[in-house]
Design a protein around this ligand. Sequence first.
Ligand code: ZN
Length: 69
Amino acid sequence: MKPGRTTLHFERGGFYAEVENVTAMLCGRCGTKSIPGPTATKISDAVKRLFKVGKDLNSTGISFLKVTS
Ligand SMILES: [Zn+2]
């Protein structure tokens, strides 16, 4: 396992969300991703809110990313 970045996909009730450039520990062999506890909690909270908001939008998904300069 080594530190890297990954994209997480979430799907719930026909609604799709994507979180890009998540800091994670990645396995180069089998592709296993391990998200550190505090990060995983933040992401799951954010995604939960996105799905809630997404229900009110006439949309199929939200892509949320931080633009680095
Ligand atoms: Zn592995």
